[in-house]
Design a protein around this ligand. Structure first.
Ligand SMILES: [Fe+2]
Ligand SMILES: [Fe+2]
Ligand SMILES: [Fe+2]
Length: 417
């Protein structure tokens, strides 16, 4: 497919800005604000379209390693920013992202100080140029949403030239911020348009198999968010892969299903971890929030042209054949086979995982529960039957020997079954 990477970036930046909602109960568009400020600086430095595109991508994704930091119970974005782990994880997560001219260590060093007093002690031109821009943009964005006045931000940045920030970049920033319009664009109602008006339109030819490398970045983020569901998205994607091979899917549909599995819970990034990991019974309001996660999954994925089927399958995984599921209450007439498969594998994987309130269930116990669900017209009986056949302990080797695809077969792990 020809993918418009801008679509992917919009979608991803939405998901990443969700992470803030967990910490400060508000979305401040941190990623988009940093991207906008970085882009304005990059443009003033006469970057080529390709370099500008990469700078904006790095800036939108600069805090992609934050999910893990959530487990440290920080309560402000500013405190989270000080954790070196988000730089390390963020750099590693983006190894597979399709930048045009990939640069090393941009994310790793996005909190370095020009004078060498930052997290890793790197200084001046040893810090990548994009990292120096992002460091300044990050500081401005945090101060701006922290209700610091514009003159105060201006003076702080000016004072930090040669200390925290690169003096050339400070000079550029001071010039562009002197016009009121620079700050007006940062308003939450304008910021998304401000970013996407400035991104050069870049399209790349990429296969669904290659796109799966990108989707895995996000399944890692989702899985990192909870102690209890640490491998949930990965586990589903592996099982979906095995099941799709059993069904003899063509390569393209196979990879689309893997991507849908990776991203099915991306909407959970917006739900508070205290609710996701709550050991006791959820209140009605908390349950409502849990139920909203597939709606958010849809909103994130539907922004990507070429992802129409993936969006459908990923977002329908809590719908039930009799219309009692959520968030739309779709019925069997609206639920295609791949939506049903993903729903079943989600249930199978969830039940065979440990939860705060129960042990992991064994295969036979799980299938028994799923059969009852099929009898109640919640899920597809024939798929439950296939899951039983394919994932039954003794038949795993038989399944694996049947695999006739040429890709990634060796990565399939059968431990844990
Ligand atoms: Fe950061
Ligand atoms: Fe940041
Ligand atoms: Fe889910």
């Amino acid at each position: 497919m020809i993918l418009n990477i801008n679509d992917l970036l919009v979608s991803i930046s939405y998901a990443l800005d969700f992470v803030e909602k967990d910490v400060i109960d508000n979305v401040t568009d941190h990623g988009k604000s940093v991207a906008y400020i970085s882009a304005r600086i990059g443009k003033a430095h006469n970057l080529t379209d390709e370099d500008l595109f990469d700078l904006i991508s790095y800036a939108l994704l600069h805090d992609n390693g934050m999910s893990n930091v959530l487990l440290h119970n920080e309560t402000s974005l500013e405190d989270m920013e000080k954790k070196r782990i988000h730089c390390i994880d963020g750099e590693r997560n983006l190894e597979m992202f399709p930048f045009i001219n990939k640069k090393k260590n941009v994310i790793l060093y996005h909190h370095e100080h020009y004078d060498g007093k930052g997290i890793f002690g790197i200084s001046s031109s040893d810090i990548p140029f994009y990292s120096r821009i992002i460091a300044l943009a990050d500081c401005v964005a945090l101060k701006y949403v922290g209700k610091e006045t514009i003159p105060n931000i201006h003076h702080y940045i000016e004072d930090e030239a040669n200390k925290r920030f690169d003096p050339d970049i400070v000079k550029t920033f001071l010039e562009i911020q002197s016009k009121a319009e620079f700050w007006c664009e940062l308003e939450s109602m304008y910021i998304e348009a401000a970013v996407f008006n400035i991104i050069p339109n870049v399209k790349i030819n990429i296969s669904y198999k290659e796109l799966r490398d990108v989707s895995q970045i996000f399944s890692n983020l989702i899985d990192a968010k909870s102690h209890f569901t640490g491998n949930h998205s990965k586990g589903i994607s592996e099982r979906i892969g095995i099941l799709c091979e059993y069904y003899g899917y063509e390569e393209e549909e196979y990879w689309k299903m893997r991507i849908a599995a990776d991203l099915h819970d991306i909407g959970k990034l917006i739900i508070k971890r205290s609710i996701l990991d709550k050991p006791g019974k959820l209140s009605e309001n908390e349950f409502f929030q849990i139920k909203s996660h597939t709606f958010h999954t849809r909103k994130v994925l539907e922004k990507i042209r070429g992802f129409e089927e993936i969006t459908e399958w990923a977002s329908n995984h809590h719908e039930k054949l009799d219309g009692s599921g959520y968030p739309y209450g779709l019925t069997k007439e609206n639920l295609d086979r791949n939506s049903r498969i993903l729903a079943c594998v989600d249930i199978y994987t969830a039940l065979t995982e440990e939860r705060p309130y129960r042990e992991a269930l064994k295969h036979d116990q799980t299938i028994k529960i799923m059969r009852e669900m099929a009898d109640n017209n919640f899920i597809d009986n024939s798929i439950v039957q296939d899951i039983d056949t394919v994932f039954k302990k003794n038949s795993m080797n038989q399944v694996l020997s049947k695999l006739n695809f040429h890709h990634s077969r060796k990565q399939i792990e059968i431990q844990g079954y």
